[in-house]
Design a protein around this ligand. Structure first.
Ligand code: AMP
Ligand code: MG
Length: 487
């Protein structure tokens, strides 16, 4: 176990030089206070949980002090936002403080979001509000606990510094951890600004630091692109299987590592709705729930364009064609598990599709359905769940086919089936209304609800006595909450 003073830095991205990032010091926020800390994230840096109690902890993560080895820098990138190319974005309010090398030999980027203005702030104030910082923290740690690849969050710190959004709020910072903060948009930036030397350097950095296995392949860049496609096919399968809607799948929010990245107006589905749009400024529904699959594919094509100096167009096209079948295979695997099935059958895709259509027309709670399906023996569970459906004939037909399907899958005893299903079907999910209640308490200065919600979501598959209220269906007011897109 380490103290904050023992962290070792190895700032590989900073060493790429000034074409890639600009040195910027964090601008501190006033009267720092620690809102919430993730012990699991502290462990990634080998940090003793007691370190979070030290004054220096709040000081470090509100920009008042820095490690002498840190090299805070704002990264430059560009990207496609809602389908249009924006030639220059970059860290407008976040800084890469440095890369910590842990005892396991892993590098973890320390990225402080809300750290003040940078050369990439454009018209922005460089700040993040408490509300959006808590949302990023909760989602990062909740997705991780569900087994979904994601950036992580170490802590949220708050302050008394005023920030103007729709109304006056207070500034906060979230410390994000990820093995890399390189986005698709980094590649696009150097490609479209015609900086071939820098594009080459970026690719070398990403390959040697994050995809060393590709360097052993005859065509390292082609192998790298293939792996990015594979990872995204799997990532989006997780999102679709667990009802996660990202909301802003611009290419500057797509991690080169294939992990969930840059949380904004995201939502987990309450009632199943394939057309759900969680981002209220997304008028056309470009980033609706079901569009996440073709949009990920589109984003990969945007990345492919930036790799044309290294890989033939024909080969990039062939690799892109792998995306949909790979995605579909992962998705079906996850859905089979969620339905308690162990072996695959040809008709499974249709069985899943029919269920989702029924859920859609009856606005059935997505997370609750799967958990309850595993709660008791199939007949009992199905007759209980039947009450949630409007199209009873449709449900009965589906239930009969599902019953036969689990017979063919092979019988197992009830306890085994329950354990298997509960291990993949969470009891607790980060519902927007739960986040909202915790945020409102935090805005009044009471951090306990955020901390408790984080604790509950850190063990989403395990029944937690006394925490039943977190497993309840949302009240009517809590469904389809308008989450502000400002952050
Ligand atoms: P996001 O929507 O958070 O992914 O941000 C898109 C771009 O806008 C990124 O380049 C951000 O750094 C920048 N940005 C967002 N909010 C602010 C802000 N309050 N101040 C400065 N830049 C910002
Ligand atoms: Mg972003």
């Amino acid at each position: 176990m380490k103290t904050l003073d023992d962290l070792q830095f190895d700032n590989r991205f900073a060493r790429l030089g000034d074409a890639f990032s600009t040195p910027v010091e964090p601008e501190p926020i006033d009267e720092p206070r620690v809102v919430v800390v993730s012990e699991a994230a502290l462990a990634l840096l080998d940090l003793d949980p007691a370190e979070a109690e030290r004054d220096v902890f709040a000081q470090l993560f509100t920009g008042h002090t820095l490690w002498s080895e840190a090299q805070p820098r704002a990264m430059v990138y560009s990207g496609h936002q809602f389908g249009s190319y924006n030639p220059r974005l970059g860290d407008g309010r976040g800084l890469l403080l440095g890369e910590v090398l842990n005892d396991a030999g892993e590098h973890w980027d320390l990225h402080l979001k809300g750290a003040g203005q940078t050369p990439y702030s454009r018209m922005g104030d460089g700040r993040a509000v408490l509300r959006s910082s808590i949302r990023e923290f909760l989602a990062s740690e909740a997705l991780h606990a569900l087994g979904i690849p994601t950036s992580r969050a170490l802590c949220v710190t708050g302050s008394t510094t005023p920030v103007w959004r729709e109304k006056q709020e207070t500034a906060a910072m979230v410390l994000r951890l990820a093995p890399s903060h390189v986005r698709f948009g980094h590649f696009e930036y150097f490609y479209y600004t015609q900086q071939p030397e820098q594009l080459k350097q970026l690719a070398e950095h990403v390959l040697s630091s994050h995809y060393p296995q590709c360097l052993e392949q005859p065509e390292p860049h082609a192998a790298f692109f293939r792996e990015v496609v594979e990872r995204n096919a799997e990532l989006i399968a997780y999102w679709q299987a667990y009802g996660f809607c990202h909301g802003v799948m611009n290419t500057d929010n797509m991690s080169i590592l294939g992990i969930t990245f840059d949380y904004g107006p995201y939502a987990f589905l309450d009632d199943f709705d394939a057309h759900f749009i969680c981002n209220h400024s997304d008028d056309g529904g470009r980033y609706s729930f079901s569009n996440q699959v073709p949009i990920a594919h589109w984003n990969l094509a945007a990345l492919a364009q930036a790799l044309t100096p290294y890989v033939s167009v024909e080969q990039l096209r062939e690799t892109l064609e792998l995306f949909l079948p790979l995605h579909q295979a992962h998705y079906l695997d996850l859905m089979r598990q969620r339905l308690g099935l162990r072996n695959g059958e040809d008709g499974d895709e249709l069985l899943v599709q029919r269920l989702l259509t029924l859920m859609q027309t009856s606005a059935v709670d997505y997370t609750g359905f799967f958990r309850e399906l595993g709660d008791s023996a199939p007949d009992q569970a199905l007759s209980r769940l039947r009450e949630d459906f409007v199209d009873l004939a449709g449900f009965d037909a589906w239930a009969a086919d599902y019953r036969q399907r689990i017979e063919r899958d092979g019988t197992d005893d009830r306890a085994q089936r329950q354990a298997r299903m509960h291990a993949v079907n969470p009891r607790y999910i980060l519902r927007n209304y739960l986040a909202q209640q915790a945020i409102e308490a935090a805005e009044r200065g009471d951090y306990e609800p955020v901390r408790e919600l984080h604790r509950v979501l850190s063990n989403p598959f395990t029944e937690q006595p006394g925490m039943e209220r977190y497993a309840e269906r949302p009240p009517e007011w809590g469904k389809h909450l308008e989450i502000s897109c400002s952050s």
